[in-house]
Design a protein around this ligand. Sequence first.
Ligand code: SF4
Length: 437
Amino acid sequence: MATAMEVKLDPWGQTQVDDYTKLFEEFGISSFDEILPRIDYPQKYMRRKIIFGHRNYEFILKAMQKHQPFSVMSGFMPSGRAHFGHMMVMNEIIWHQQCGGDAFVAIADMEAHAVRGISWDLCKELGINEYILSLIALGFEPKGHIYFQSRNYDLRDLAFELAVEANFSEVSAIYGFCGETHIAHMESVMAQSADILQPQLSKYSGPKPVVIPVGADQDAHIRLTRDLAYRMRKFLVEQRPSYVSIRGKAAEPKLIEAAIDRLKEAGYNKIMRYEEHIDILEPSILGEIDEIIRKVEVEYGEFGFIPPASIYHRFMTGLTGGKMSSSKPESYIGLTEAPDKAAEKIMKAITGGRQSLSEQKKLGGEPERCSIYEFLLFHLSENDGEMREIFEECRGGKRMCGSCKKEVAERIWLFLTEHQRAREVAREMLPEFGINI
Ligand code: SF4
């Protein structure tokens, strides 16, 4: 098992994270367990602890419960086949859209072109045929936003602004860049941060909580983007032992004057103005002051970004053991794969079963180490009671792998047949999403 120091996340690699709890310690991700009881109707992945961690999800929850604006955003790199791992992210986006979030989906073609050398034509083909059609087939609604990075000029402008705040050393420390790294690769990192912050542009009604559903290996992007969001602010609002300090970071005098005016309008009177900062010397609520100051920034044409929130799901085990990987076709099932072929892969998958039937009956199987059980848990059963039953039957030696795999193969066949039919309906709907083939 990896130690805390060995847990390094590589956004472009195939890092297998053995112990998710280490992430809580090393990277400051909070456990989802603590927030789960406050969610009225949690999504399946939340209930089943597949989503295990979060940053600042409480802001999303608050917005949901008070019917205030919030967004959900994630993206897909069009470099290969969309599989069930990608479908998890799609389902998380759709769930938040159904809960009232303004939903954004990026097709990260700039990243695919820069990092994987995929041609623009292939990026478009894979983006539409693999990802967008499945996303719509699963229930993404036209009120959301689907876009290709390379054709989104707001995004590219924002990426440039963010690049003004980021420097080579810090980005290299996160992503392992070196002298040989292509400039376009670095630009694609800025484009991803811009993807995450874009829902807060004034075009989309300005700053708001935004949640990014990701796998744990994407946390580096989240950390960098949160830092950049802070740096794009013109003021830094901080609680000191007996007062609140508002420091202007490159804030023009007119912004400082406006900030004082708005604070007075809100009833704050004990305000001290210094050359570069303002202190509020009376009992005050930090969040409320930050909101007032953020509005001043937006009023004067600044971004006033709120650092993005995030939720982290664990990875599915590949059918061949280890992580599901696009470079190992036998390890995953594609959403566009022929249902018969998918059923065959299930029949050949590594299970948590014992060496022999008699051992299985005596000792029971190990569903927690079984890729077949995971397919049910993650995707092929909506019924928690049924999952508990299957788990107990397996552990109790009453369920045998041969018949279990056959049942899951049938379910996957049915799911893919229906999903692929829904994709054909989705193809007709592409113009509603502003997508031209
Ligand atoms: S019986 Fe089913 S759940 Fe249990 S180990 Fe075998 S395949 Fe997995």
